[in-house]
Design a binder for this molecule. Structure first.
Ligand code: MG
Length: 475
């Protein structure tokens, strides 16, 4: 071989090595990118109260899996939803915005009903649509309640897959007696009297949905979705219909809990959480999956023992007292989330900014968000960024928490319990860390705190642009 030919060969070799190496670098980068995108699972119970889990102090409801999730992860004791009823609370979680901004809060009807005509506006960016920007596989399993007409379903709002009852499990009632009366009379309650549809994507596959097995089926659907998409980043929004009344549990759980049917239902949800955690661990996905458990609002107290408990918090579902909007919340990601009890403020609206940051997706800049990135608290133990909570009922601002203090302009119980609507001037003031049950009004002693919160509220209201009411119109 001549010297010239030899040089040529060496050159060719280097070119090929160069091509090979650049290919490897591209591969490595894409692997790192994928690895940097954790999976997200939000398990959202319906009407589960602050005091309804073992780890949050319930004396007889057994929740061994959620308790373990708390011990291996973080238990947040000052975590909130943006509304004390289903529809607005869900809209806020999925958009990272107060429901008054996107029109999913109303003073006419508090939630959507089977004869409502609207739903979540298409201009809103749901968490699923946001994560789709980085090619996440997305599933909504369970209760939707953001519009059941075809144009408002989960599959029109960023979810690749939907399986569930599109609104509350007590709707489409066709029985002869009200649920409360059936319970009071000690009669058995057939699932068929609630003629709610069960949907897969956009088709109704069962009606009435058999609610005795619905909790189990939702957890199984979540595991199937993980199995199917285990090699790509995924987001699962698993919104259980229960323990919203009517209460149903499957054979392995019905009649087992000391707390009665309500305890049976919570135990079955807990069992599903345990199976999801076990599956993630067995598949080697636990360290790359952020699992969150929380509730959409406080307990429905007017249903007696069929409603849950807000523990030491005042009032429940429907109210802006703490029992209506502070919810039991857990984060789990073994090896990454630092175990502990977090007393900093959090809100389901924060999932939007937190997950976006973790998935490396820029936040939308053309709209007002009410979302904070909780990542530094979850992973580095840093102080939480959220300092305030706005408590709206419909479109009206009832109360504001700023740091340890909460100020009430208006108070109202829920559904005839804990008092009628009352305006307060001067407002009521409570120190929530010293007085979590909101028993001792200290407004007179702290005029400076009142003044600070008033300033915060003025700024908040000066920037508020309300969305058009989507809940008012019905057929
Ligand atoms: Mg609810």
């Amino acid at each position: 071989m001549s010297n010239k030919e030899n040089k040529k060969l060496v050159l060719y070799r280097w070119v090929w090595i160069g091509i090979f190496l650049s290919f490897q670098v591209v591969q490595l980068q894409s692997q790192e990118f994928k690895k940097g995108q954790p999976n997200f699972i939000v398990i959202f119970a319906d009407d589960l109260g602050y005091g309804d889990l073992g780890i949050f102090g319930h004396p007889t409801i057994e929740t061994p899996h959620l308790d373990r999730m708390a011990n291996e992860g973080q238990k947040w004791t000052n975590f909130y939803v943006a509304a004390s009823v289903c529809t607005p609370s869900r809209a806020a979680l999925l958009t990272g915005r107060l429901p008054v901004r996107n029109g999913m809060a109303s003073d006419v009807h508090r939630v959507l009903f089977p004869n409502s005509v609207n739903g979540i506006p298409k201009e809103e960016i749901t968490l699923a649509e946001q994560l789709k920007k980085a090619d996440y596989q997305t599933a909504c399993i369970g209760k939707w309640h953001l519009g059941h007409k075809p144009e408002y379903l989960p599959t029109q709002n960023g979810f690749d897959y939907y399986f569930g009852i599109p609104y509350s499990n007590d709707m489409d009632f066709i029985g002869p007696k009200h649920y409360k009366k059936l319970v009071a009379d000690g009669e058995s309650i057939p699932t068929e009297v609630f003629n709610v549809p069960l949907m897969r994507n956009t088709a109704i596959i069962e009606r009435p949905a058999d609610q005795t097995t619905i909790t189990k089926r939702y957890s199984e659907e979540a595991i199937s979705f993980i199995k199917e998409h285990r090699s790509e980043p995924f987001f699962i929004y698993l919104a259980h219909n229960l323990p919203h009344i009517p209460l149903f549990a499957s054979d392995g759980f019905a009649g087992k809990s000391k707390r009665g049917i309500y305890g049976d239902v919570v135990s079955e949800i807990d069992d599903g959480v345990g199976k999801i955690m076990a599956f993630l661990k067995a598949e080697g996905l636990a360290d790359n999956t952020i699992l969150v458990f929380t509730s959409d609002n406080g307990p429905w107290l007017s249903f007696g023992t069929h409603g849950g408990s807000a523990g030491l918090l005042r009032a429940g579902k429907g109210s802006t007292w703490e029992g209506g909007m502070r919810v039991p919340t857990l984060f789990w990601n073994p090896g990454r989330i630092q175990p502990g009890v977090i007393t900093d403020l959090g809100n389901t609206m924060d999932f939007f900014a937190t997950f976006s940051r973790l998935a490396d997706i820029p936040l939308p800049e053309d709209r007002m968000l009410d979302s904070y990135d909780l990542g530094p608290t979850l992973f580095q133990g840093a102080d939480g960024p959220r300092k305030e909570v706005f408590y709206y009922r419909g479109t009206e601002l009832y109360a504001v928490r700023y740091g340890d203090y909460k100020l009430h302009y208006i108070t109202q119980g829920a559904y005839g319990m804990f008092g009628e609507k009352q305006r307060h001037d001067p407002p009521l003031l409570y120190h929530l860390e010293e007085d979590p049950s909101e028993q001792f009004n200290i407004a007179q002693e702290h005029p400076e705190v009142l003044a600070n919160i008033e300033t915060l509220v003025k700024t908040h209201q000066s920037k508020m642009v309300m969305g058009k009411d989507q809940l008012a119109d019905r057929e």
